[in-house]
Structure formats: structure tokens, C-alpha cells
Design a protein around this ligand. Structure first.
Ligand SMILES: [Zn+2]
Ligand SMILES: [Zn+2]
Length: 334
């Protein structure tokens, strides 16, 4: 697929930009059947048959019910019966509510009955998934298809998985896991993933084939030298055309929500580089002019092809340190 050519005017007006150009690969995912051997979004992975499928080890918000002592329920009912008006609490009710909250403990959210069952207190707690929860495939990327895939030495295959729930310990988002492999090390038959629960449907990608396209990204304005920033601020074209939106590999990240933030490696503290972007949309009304492909075979599915929505129609950006062992990542959502 082909992105419209960038305006030559912009580059001739700001020739200094050339020194800051960086290649990004737009993936242009489109719904289609996919195979474990291919690069794709969602779908089956090239997974070793002797390697266990990863299960989520993060904390989620779990709803719990706590049976209330009969004595407490009885006193609460007696107090409610003393109300003169339905909606005005009787004397002592506030104290009883506080007693129930104290009994139920941290995360208290109320009490009540379900289907005329016993009166229970309700609370939410951060706890491991109540049942083992397998991760699901987000994307598989072959260096053979994406030559600029930033990758640690020796690896030529990246698999991105996540747990399709909101988690207490990952800023209320899905919990990511990356696997770097060498294709030659993983031969058929591949392991079929187990099925499990899904917390958020919008974290389950529609299987999509990819139409990788290399484009040139320019930095978010605040990453540029001050004098260039000042001159570019007045140019709306730069705002919308500098950084490719949508699912992509490499390039630059936009920081339009928070302003520029550092993304140091959690192990060595050196700056990380943008590895991958999971975006809720491929372009919007402001960026369509610059980023809608010219030759889209399926323009109706083009704007939100994967069905994945992160945050509030945001983009989840994965930054990686390729020199530290284990290739640590940092994520940011905006
Ligand atoms: Zn999870
Ligand atoms: Zn590092």
C-alpha cells in the first residue's frame, strides 16, 4: 500500500529536517486469513511445540462477595424499618453503614443480595486472575517482511502477545509480553494456543494480513532544536504529517497528550527507541489527507482494521532497549 508522497514544499522550507529523518514501517493491517508462518496481526504464532504457552501473571481487579453476619443484617433491617420517609436515613443508619464497610474491608463497594440470596458485602481487590489466563497474539513480525525491524542480535522474528484484560499493575491496560526468536529455531508443528477468558473484547485483534510500507518519520516537534521548533509550530502540515499514525514499526512517537517524555531503559537507563505502535485507528480526519493509502484494496475497513481499541482511541507505544539482556521494554499510551 502506498502513502501519499509528502509535500516537497515542507522539506524545501525546512531542509534541516532531513538530518532528523527516520524510517518507519507502516503495517497497513487488513482483515484476512493468516498463517503461523506469516507476519500478521492476531492469528496463530510460530510457537515451539515444546515451549509452554505464556499465562498472565499480573494482577486484575477481582470482585468479591463477603457474607455479612446475621446480627449486622438484622440491625440494618431494623434501622431501615424506622425510616419515616423512604429516602431519609433513620438515626444510627450511617454508623451501621460504616460498620459494614469496616467489616468488608479495603475495596468496599456496597452490599446487597443477588436473586434473593443472603445479604453480602461487595468489594474489589487486586489479585491474580481467578482462573489461569493465556496470553493472546497481538502481532507476529518477520524481519524478512520488515527489514527495518529493530531487533536484538540474531533475532529475526518478533512475537507480541498480551493478556486481554485491564490490569491493576499495568496502568489499567492489557499486559504485554514480547518474544524474540530465530525462525530457523522454530519448526513445525507449532503449538496451538490454549483458549481462555477475555476481559475486554477490544483487546482481541481481528486476524489481519500486513502490507508493510516504509515511510519517513520526522520527530515530534519538541524533539527538534529550539529555533526549528519555533518556525515549525506555525506550520500545521508538520503537526499532522511528521509522524505516521496507525500500526507501525520504528519511526518516531507523537507526544501530543503529555508533551515529550523520556523513556529510559528500566535496566541501563539509556534512552530506548520506538519499536512498535498498536493504534486504535490508522488515521483520523486531521491526518487522513497525509496518511490514507492511495491504493487501498479495502478502504471501508481501512480506518480501524484490527478492531483493537487501547485507552480512549489511543495508541500504545512500545519502546525497547536492544542492548540489554532480555530486551527490556517501556510502554506509553496516548
Ligand atoms: Zn492478565
Ligand atoms: Zn538497557
Amino acid at each position: 500500500m502506498r502513502t501519499p508522497p509528502r509535500s516537497a514544499d515542507l522539506l524545501s522550507a525546512f531542509p534541516e529536517l532531513a538530518a532528523h529523518a527516520r524510517t518507519a514501517t507502516r503495517l497497513h493491517p487488513r482483515p484476512a486469513p493468516v498463517r503461523a508462518l506469516d507476519s500478521h496481526v492476531g492469528g496463530p504464532l510460530r510457537w515451539p511445540s515444546d515451549e509452554p504457552w505464556p499465562m498472565c501473571a499480573h494482577q486484575v481487579m477481582v470482585y468479591e462477595e463477603v457474607p455479612l453476619p446475621l446480627d449486622l443484617v438484622t440491625r440494618m433491617r431494623q434501622a431501615e424499618a424506622r425510616r419515616v420517609q423512604h429516602h431519609i436515613l433513620a438515626e444510627g443508619e450511617v454508623e451501621l453503614h460504616e460498620e459494614i464497610a469496616a467489616f468488608v474491608g479495603p475495596g468496599f463497594s456496597g452490599w446487597g443480595t443477588t436473586n434473593n440470596g443472603p445479604v453480602v458485602g461487595r468489594r474489589t481487590v487486586d489479585a491474580p486472575h481467578p482462573t489461569p489466563t493465556p496470553l493472546i497474539a497481538v502481532a507476529q513480525l518477520r524481519a524478512a517482511d520488515i527489514p527495518d525491524l529493530p531487533r536484538p542480535d540474531g533475532a529475526d522474528l518478533l512475537q507480541i502477545l498480551w493478556c486481554p484484560f485491564d490490569h491493576a499493575d499495568t496502568n489499567w491496560g492489557p499486559a504485554l509480553a514480547l518474544r524474540w526468536r530465530r525462525e530457523a529455531d522454530v519448526t513445525e508443528p507449532f503449538l496451538a494456543p490454549p483458549t481462555g477468558d477475555v476481559g475486554e473484547d477490544e483487546y482481541v485483534p481481528e486476524p489481519c494480513r500486513l502490507y508493510p510500507e516504509q515511510v519517513v518519520d520526522y520527530p515530534f516537534c519538541q524533539e527538534l532544536p529550539a529555533d526549528l521548533q519555533d518556525r515549525l509550530k506555525a506550520d500545521e502540515r508538520y503537526l499532522y504529517s511528521a509522524i505516521a499514525p496507525g500500526w507501525k514499526v520504528g519511526g518516531y512517537a507523537s507526544w501530543h497528550v503529555t508533551d515529550l517524555q523520556a523513556t529510559p531503559c528500566p535496566q541501563c537507563a539509556a534512552p530506548t527507541n520506538l519499536l512498535f505502535v498498536i493504534d486504535s485507528k490508522e488515521y483520523d480526519s486531521a491526518t487522513r489527507e497525509y496518511w490514507q493509502p492511495l491504493d487501498d484494496p479495502d478502504p471501508d475497513d481501512a480506518q480501524e482494521p484490527t478492531g483493537v481499541i487501547v485507552g480512549r482511541y489511543s495508541a500504545l507505544r512500545i519502546f525497547a532497549c536492544l542492548t540489554c539482556p532480555g530486551t527490556p521494554i517501556v510502554t506509553d499510551l496516548q
